[in-house]
Design a protein around this ligand. Structure first.
Ligand code: C5P
Length: 221
């Protein structure tokens, strides 16, 4: 089959993972959640008691040495770092709150971006890759490049539903808005890069978002 890289960027709570997983299953592609890689790095940093703001050099060394394994099978989101399965841990609020402190260290990004590109090659360039800078930095030559956006209130509502009421709506709103701000140095979603298609999912069902992306796949892909 021909190469088909689908790059999906967007802010937290916009539905990137739901969309990417469904796309991968539908089209028979691999799936890479790059946010999970930054989260795994953050979990390792947290587990070692390193303060990423006070000691970025220690973080860089740790990430350089870490053995990171991520599943690319759609729907099987397993993440293992240095032999420890951190799949559940990386979704904890503690990690969500600190992940930007790790992801904004440029040498950490360089290391993980290199790893992401290796995974894309290993999958024969038949993969859906989701994140913040996939359309612009990691896979700017992807066959399909999408920026997924949605009104903040809708993103908060979706994240709340995902957390099944474990956290109050106000707290979720704080987290979503704060992470938008913390991540604003990583990527700005105000305007898409040239050649990137914006899909506003505010008034779309997950199924409609998937269909809109499939419409962008070149014939023969
Ligand atoms: O997508 P998710 O919300 O799980 O991403 C977690 C964090 O990882 C983001 O808040 C951001 O700090 C970082 N990230 C990034 N670049 C990417 C993907 C995620 O900096 N491509």
């Amino acid at each position: 089959p021909s190469e088909l890289v689908i790059a999906i960027d967007g802010p937290s709570g916009v539905g990137k993972s739901t969309t990417s997983r469904a796309l991968a299953e539908r089209l028979g592609l691999a799936h890479l959640d790059t946010g999970a890689m930054y989260r795994a790095a953050a979990a390792a940093v947290d587990g070692c008691g390193v303060d990423p703001v006070a000691d970025p050099q220690a973080v860089i060394e740790l990430v350089r040495r870490a053995r990171l394994e991520v599943s690319t099978v759609p729907g099987r989101d397993r993440v293992v770092i240095d032999g420890a399965d951190v799949t559940a841990r990386i979704r904890e609020p503690r990690i969500s709150a600190m992940v930007s402190k790790v992801s904004t260290i440029q040498p950490v990004r360089d290391l993980l971006i290199e790893r992401m590109r290796q995974v894309v090659e290993q999958c024969g360039r038949r993969i859906v890759v989701e994140g913040r800078d996939i359309t612009t930095v990691v896979c700017p030559d992807a066959e399909v490049r999408v920026l997924l956006v949605a009104d903040p209130s809708v993103r908060v509502a979706r994240r709340s539903a995902e957390l099944k009421g474990a956290v109050s709506r106000g707290q979720v709103a704080d987290q979503v808005i704060r992470r938008d701000r913390d991540d604003s140095v990583v990527a700005s979603f105000e305007a898409p890069a040239p050649g990137v298609t914006v899909i506003d999912s505010t008034h779309l069902t997950p199924e409609q978002v998937v269909a809109a992306v499939i419409d962008l796949v070149p014939a023969g892909g």
